[in-house]
Design a protein around this ligand. Structure first.
Ligand SMILES: NC(=O)c1ccc[n+]([C@@H]2O[C@H](COP(=O)([O-])OP(=O)(O)OC[C@H]3O[C@@H](n4cnc5c(N)ncnc54)[C@H](O)[C@@H]3O)[C@@H](O)[C@H]2O)c1
Ligand SMILES: [Zn+2]
Length: 368
């Protein structure tokens, strides 16, 4: 098992990464938690894994009970927060109780917010089961839900007490969801770690024997950045947004229906790679290496022709990351493994980068 320590003073915690950890939850949490324990999950994940976690908890004398929501982004809502909080109150969970979030990023964000709000905060444990949740959303303490007016508009910074990553859970994750998670892995490599980038560029699969090292590296990169800028006030955390400016605009312009988050970020990274080549000196060969890495992980490189370029451009104006002066601030790469945030880019180049996303990438061995 690998451990990444997240050093946040009194809010510090460990991220434990390995295989078969679901059947060691009892051992891992023994003496660290008090019951009752609410296991918050979604229907699909609960069916697959909740019983094993419940069994583990009962073996160490804790009483778990299960609360589930439908799978999918629509469950990240105030309505589900109300439902879950009411259930906790009905079960008379005291301040010493614990919430375990078992599932992907949706469950983690929702359960974390419930843990942060119930009785002004009860202990929270993350058990992420999607690749995206393992390498990104379960670490760093951002919790919350969506409003009809927009994504993640309600929330709290609330760190877990521990994160337990069982890589074996990825075996049942739909392949498209797994691929979407690899987009964030490519991101970490691109902004901070050339060796990680080179590894993920070869393609990553759930049963790869070095997946623990890959996830460990991603978590460590996120942990170091979060340690510097826990509440996203200093700018360092912005580095994690490589590919996300255009990616978010694509998600918004397509009403979050066409692409999974990671797929939109893949497109955003392709655009940001070329912006980096034009404005930050990224060698063109490295921009092409990013395209190849996305393709090797079955991520989209080309926008569907029916998507309106102007809708993407106008969505860019509403990105949360627009700076106070109204300029978009971008994360660009100086080279593979070194990203810099807070860069200004010319609107003409942004338009050119979006235009490029309608053009397929040609490889020697065919069209991607
Ligand atoms: N808090 C943060 O810092 C942060 C960072 C990035 C993303 N997010 C949020 O994360 C969410 C997306 O997370 P996600 O991509 O994990 O989506 P998700 O939680 O909806 O999971 C994707 C799908 O996979 C299923 N699933 C999950 N694990 C499974 C498994 N092991 N086997 C079979 N099926 C499984 C789920 O039921 C769901 O249908 C978004 O709401 C996003 O805003 C948060
Ligand atoms: Zn992301």
């Amino acid at each position: 098992m690998k451990t990444v320590h997240v050093d946040l003073g009194p809010r510090s915690y460990d991220v434990l990464i390995g295989r078969g950890l679901l059947d060691k939850v009892g051992e891992l949490l023994k003496g660290k938690m008090k019951g009752p324990i609410a296991i918050i999950s979604d229907n699909s994940v609960a069916t697959l894994f909740a019983q094993r976690v419940e069994h583990q908890l009962t073996t160490i004398g804790l009483q778990p009970f299960r609360l589930t929501v439908p799978a999918g982004e629509t469950s990240k809502s105030i309505e589900q927060v109300t439902y879950l909080l009411s259930q906790m109150a009905e079960k008379k969970v005291p301040r010493t109780g614990t919430v375990i979030g078992l599932g992907g990023g949706v469950v983690g964000d929702l359960a974390g917010f419930v843990a942060a709000s119930y009785l002004r905060g009860v202990a929270f444990v993350q058990v992420p089961t999607s690749l995206l949740a393992m390498v990104d959303s379960s670490v760093g303490g951002k919790t919350g839900v969506n409003l009809p007016e927009g994504k993640n508009l309600v929330g709290a910074f609330y760190q877990p007490k521990v994160v337990i990553v069982d890589l074996d859970t990825l075996k049942t994750l739909p392949v498209r969801e797994f691929a979407a998670g690899t987009a964030e892995v490519i991101k970490y490599g691109a902004i901070k770690d050339k060796a990680l980038f080179d590894r993920v560029a070869k393609g990553v699969k759930p049963d790869d024997s070095d997946l623990d090292e890959i996830v460990e590296k991603c978590v460590a990169i996120k942990a170091r950045i979060v340690e510097e800028d826990e509440f996203e006030t200093k700018g360092q955390r912005a580095l994690l947004n490589f590919g996300h400016t255009i990616g978010h605009a694509i998600e918004k312009a397509t009403q979050y229906k066409t692409y999974l988050h990671g797929e939109a970020i893949a497109l955003g990274m392709r655009a940001a790679a070329w912006l980096s080549a034009w404005q930050a000196g990224l060698p063109e060969t490295e921009a092409r290496q990013i395209e190849a890495a996305l393709a090797a992980n079955h991520l989209p490189l080309t926008l569907k022709a029916a998507i309106d370029r102007d809708a993407i451009l106008s969505a860019l104006g509403n990105d949360k990351k627009v700076a106070a002066d109204g300029q978009n601030r971008w994360v660009l790469l100086d080279k593979l493994g070194k990203g810099t945030s807070g860069r200004e880019v010319h609107l003409d180049d942004v338009k050119k980068a979006i235009e490029l996303l309608y053009i397929p990438v040609f490889y020697e061995n065919g069209v991607k």
